[in-house]
Ligand binder design. Structure first.
Ligand SMILES: [Mg+2]
Length: 115
Protein backbone atom coordinates (compact mmCIF):
# COMPACT_ATOMS: atom_id res chain seq x y z
CA UNK A 1 0.00 0.00 0.00
CA UNK A 2 1.13 3.55 -0.68
CA UNK A 3 2.57 5.68 2.11
CA UNK A 4 0.14 8.43 1.11
CA UNK A 5 -2.67 6.03 1.86
CA UNK A 6 -1.39 5.32 5.39
CA UNK A 7 -0.93 9.04 6.02
CA UNK A 8 -4.49 9.64 4.84
CA UNK A 9 -6.16 7.05 7.03
CA UNK A 10 -4.29 8.17 10.17
CA UNK A 11 -5.19 11.83 9.57
CA UNK A 12 -8.79 11.00 8.69
CA UNK A 13 -9.32 8.83 11.75
CA UNK A 14 -8.03 11.48 14.19
CA UNK A 15 -9.81 14.40 12.54
CA UNK A 16 -13.11 12.60 12.24
CA UNK A 17 -12.94 11.66 15.93
CA UNK A 18 -12.46 15.31 16.86
CA UNK A 19 -15.24 16.52 14.58
CA UNK A 20 -17.65 13.80 15.67
CA UNK A 21 -17.01 14.51 19.35
CA UNK A 22 -17.59 18.22 18.76
CA UNK A 23 -20.93 17.54 17.10
CA UNK A 24 -21.91 15.23 19.95
CA UNK A 25 -21.16 17.88 22.60
CA UNK A 26 -22.99 20.59 20.65
CA UNK A 27 -26.01 18.38 19.95
CA UNK A 28 -26.29 17.25 23.58
CA UNK A 29 -26.00 20.78 24.94
CA UNK A 30 -28.28 22.62 22.55
CA UNK A 31 -30.82 20.24 20.98
CA UNK A 32 -33.39 17.67 22.01
CA UNK A 33 -32.22 14.07 22.07
CA UNK A 34 -33.31 12.17 18.94
CA UNK A 35 -33.31 8.53 17.95
CA UNK A 36 -30.98 7.16 15.24
CA UNK A 37 -34.05 6.56 13.06
CA UNK A 38 -34.77 10.31 13.03
CA UNK A 39 -31.22 11.19 11.98
CA UNK A 40 -31.16 8.40 9.40
CA UNK A 41 -34.27 9.83 7.77
CA UNK A 42 -32.78 13.32 7.99
CA UNK A 43 -29.54 12.10 6.41
CA UNK A 44 -31.35 10.54 3.50
CA UNK A 45 -33.57 13.58 3.10
CA UNK A 46 -30.53 15.83 2.91
CA UNK A 47 -28.77 13.47 0.48
CA UNK A 48 -31.95 13.63 -1.60
CA UNK A 49 -31.89 17.43 -1.58
CA UNK A 50 -28.28 17.35 -2.80
CA UNK A 51 -29.16 14.81 -5.50
CA UNK A 52 -32.10 16.96 -6.56
CA UNK A 53 -29.79 19.95 -7.08
CA UNK A 54 -27.51 17.78 -9.23
CA UNK A 55 -30.52 16.61 -11.23
CA UNK A 56 -31.63 20.21 -11.83
CA UNK A 57 -28.08 21.20 -12.78
CA UNK A 58 -27.82 18.20 -15.12
CA UNK A 59 -31.05 19.31 -16.80
CA UNK A 60 -29.53 22.74 -17.42
CA UNK A 61 -30.81 24.87 -14.54
CA UNK A 62 -28.22 27.20 -13.06
CA UNK A 63 -27.52 26.21 -9.43
CA UNK A 64 -25.25 28.38 -7.31
CA UNK A 65 -22.23 26.68 -5.78
CA UNK A 66 -23.43 27.87 -2.38
CA UNK A 67 -26.59 25.77 -2.78
CA UNK A 68 -24.48 22.64 -3.31
CA UNK A 69 -22.31 23.63 -0.36
CA UNK A 70 -25.36 24.06 1.89
CA UNK A 71 -26.76 20.65 1.03
CA UNK A 72 -23.36 18.93 1.28
CA UNK A 73 -23.01 20.52 4.74
CA UNK A 74 -26.48 19.26 5.70
CA UNK A 75 -25.44 15.74 4.68
CA UNK A 76 -22.29 15.90 6.80
CA UNK A 77 -24.15 17.30 9.82
CA UNK A 78 -26.86 14.66 9.54
CA UNK A 79 -24.24 11.91 9.20
CA UNK A 80 -22.45 13.15 12.33
CA UNK A 81 -25.68 13.27 14.30
CA UNK A 82 -26.80 9.87 13.04
CA UNK A 83 -23.44 8.27 13.90
CA UNK A 84 -23.44 9.77 17.38
CA UNK A 85 -26.99 8.70 18.11
CA UNK A 86 -26.20 5.17 16.85
CA UNK A 87 -22.91 4.90 18.75
CA UNK A 88 -20.88 4.57 15.56
CA UNK A 89 -17.22 5.58 15.75
CA UNK A 90 -16.89 7.12 12.29
CA UNK A 91 -13.12 7.61 12.48
CA UNK A 92 -12.52 3.91 13.05
CA UNK A 93 -15.26 2.89 10.63
CA UNK A 94 -13.88 5.02 7.79
CA UNK A 95 -10.35 3.80 8.48
CA UNK A 96 -11.47 0.14 8.41
CA UNK A 97 -13.50 0.68 5.23
CA UNK A 98 -10.69 2.51 3.43
CA UNK A 99 -8.32 -0.36 4.28
CA UNK A 100 -10.76 -2.82 2.70
CA UNK A 101 -11.19 -0.61 -0.40
CA UNK A 102 -7.41 -0.23 -0.76
CA UNK A 103 -6.86 -3.99 -0.44
CA UNK A 104 -9.46 -4.59 -3.17
CA UNK A 105 -7.89 -1.89 -5.34
CA UNK A 106 -4.45 -3.50 -4.99
CA UNK A 107 -5.85 -6.95 -5.77
CA UNK A 108 -7.55 -5.66 -8.93
CA UNK A 109 -4.44 -3.75 -9.92
CA UNK A 110 -2.38 -6.96 -9.63
CA UNK A 111 -4.76 -8.47 -12.22
CA UNK A 112 -4.41 -5.44 -14.50
CA UNK A 113 -7.86 -4.11 -13.63
CA UNK A 114 -9.03 -0.78 -12.25
CA UNK A 115 -11.17 -0.41 -9.13
MG1 LIG B 1 -30.93 20.66 3.22
Amino acid sequence: MHNKFYELIEIISDKIDNIQNGFDAYQNECFDKRLPEFFCLELNGEAGELANLEKKSWKGKVINKEQFEDEAADVLIALMNYSNSKGINLGESVKRKLLRIEQNRILLESKGERF
